[in-house]
Design a protein around this ligand. Structure first.
Ligand SMILES: Nc1ncnc2c1ncn2[C@@H]1O[C@H](COP(=O)(O)OP(=O)(O)OP(=O)(O)O)[C@@H](O)[C@H]1O
Ligand SMILES: C[C@@](O)(CCOP(=O)(O)OP(=O)(O)O)CC(=O)O
Length: 400
């Protein structure tokens, strides 16, 4: 029996202008455009192997070593669209193996916690779509494929590109113009770093899908956000990215995170994703930016309490010398930074800094130290990649 298989990796992306709200639930069409930064796959990535054969009996997904249902409408929609594109190719070239009629075996691994507010669904659906598209040898562009990933999970469409990415909401009813496009390549602004402060890695009680529907249905503030705030911010944020204007980019990012969480609070009943520790991190970032008289760090929070801090490489020592005073014991620092670097931060924490941050540290160090369980230091990264690393045994068609 012939088994055809292909593997691909895809990244996580964290929005700086948030997608929150659907205008069409079935097609996963958003009420507003959004923007994100793709994070490096050295630190966070999904690897998916897609295989097909006329001997496979059922579409099957193994996620992180366990069987996972493929029955959700969203996954079915993605597979349906991919098969349809493959069928078109087969119609045009009768010598092609009729893969569109065969079942798929998908094996996937996330190298970071799944369903823990770290955008696993975005990397997961992006990797699935790219791996199957490569298996089927589809000629479609990444933007075209992003429309399929979007049906799996909205934010997944942005993981089809590296660097800085916009999801254009589109206007058409059938969603054919609601797609991701690249704003800037990673190498055009390579110095963007990200620090994820993991405040909780348990599954959130209100999923993004449910949360945004409640917001659309009940929040008055949300109407203002989608009519006025986001359309203007979408233009200014793209401009800030193209101009590599971190100060402006950071301001817009922080304001948009706050705007999104305000609409959550304005939902009825209210939804609380950020918690007290998140709020302390917000205060700390503002304290840091005030000290340096410009924005050297930006915070953003998705549908959970974990903070993602964006900053430029040139400001790493400035930022981390302060964070190191507050949460040096947290798991993850040593994965990225040498002992010399952390010692250097302690030495640069001078009297001036002490005066400015003293009361914050006295009041909140223990709380942050207790509640931030892990730090992931990463940076802007590339889009999906092909890889020879395979998770499927090519003889049995089962996970290795
Ligand atoms: N590698 C993968 N392949 C296919 N599906 C995946 C993969 N990883 C995650 N998923 C799907 O995404 C779901 C998790 O999505 P969920 O939105 O709950 O969490 P998250 O994406 O980690 O968090 P958030 O959306 O808050 O950032 C999983 O239960 C699974 O269905
Ligand atoms: C807060 C967000 O992270 C929401 C992401 O929502 P999802 O993409 O997970 O939602 P579905 O389309 O229902 O799967 C903001 C963002 O990533 O833009």
């Amino acid at each position: 029996m012939a088994i055809y298989s292909v593997s691909a990796t895809a990244p996580v992306n964290i929005a700086t202008l948030k997608y929150w709200g659907k205008r069409d639930v079935s097609l996963n069409l958003p009420t507003n455009s959004s923007i994100s930064v793709t994070l490096s796959q050295d630190d966070l990535r999904t690897l998916t192997t897609a295989a097909t054969s006329d001997t496979f009996e059922e579409d099957t997904l193994w996620l992180n070593g366990k069987l996972e249902s493929l029955q959700s409408k969203r996954t079915q929609d993605c597979l349906h669209d991919l098969r349809q594109l493959r069928a078109q190719l087969e119609d045009e070239d009768k010598t092609l193996p009729p893969m569109s009629k065969w079942k798929l075996h998908l094996v996937s691994e996330n190298n970071f916690p799944t369903a823990a507010g770290l955008a696993s669904s975005a990397a997961g659906f992006a990797a699935l779509v790219v791996a199957v598209a490569k298996l089927y040898q589809l000629p479609q562009s990444m933007s075209e494929l992003s429309k399929i990933a979007r049906k799996g999970s909205g934010s997944a469409c942005r993981s089809l590109f590296g660097g800085y990415v916009a999801w254009e909401m589109g206007e058409l009813k059938d969603g054919t113009d609601s797609k991701a496009v690249q704003v800037l390549e990673k190498d055009q602004w390579p110095d963007m770093k990200a620090l994820i402060l993991v405040v909780s890695d348990i599954k959130k009680d209100v999923s993004s899908t449910k949360g945004m529907q409640l917001t659309v249905a009940t929040s008055d503030l949300f109407q203002h956000r989608i009519a006025k705030v986001v359309p203007e911010r979408f233009i200014s944020m793209k401009e800030a990215i193209k101009n590599k204007d971190f100060n402006k980019f950071a301001e817009l990012t922080m304001k948009d995170s706050n705007s999104f969480h305000s609409t959550c609070l304005d939902s009825y009943p209210p939804i609380f994703y950020i918690n007290d520790t998140s709020k302390r991190i917000i205060n700390l970032c503002h304290l840091i930016n005030t000290f340096y008289e410009t924005n050297i760090v930006a915070y953003t929070f998705d549908a959970g309490p974990n903070a993602v801090l964006y900053y430029l490489k040139e400001n790493e020592d400035k930022l981390l010398s302060i964070l190191n005073e507050i949460c040096s014991n947290i798991t993850g620092w040593n994965d990225k930074f040498s002992k010399e670097q952390t010692e250097n931060w302690s030495n640069t924490y001078d009297k001036k800094l002490k005066n400015h941050f003293e009361s914050f540290i006295v009041n909140y160090r223990d709380d942050i130290d207790k509640h931030v369980t892990r730090v992931i230091a990463t940076q802007v990264g590339s889009g999906p990649q092909s890889t020879e690393e395979s998770l499927i045994d090519e003889v049995t068609g089962l996970p290795k």
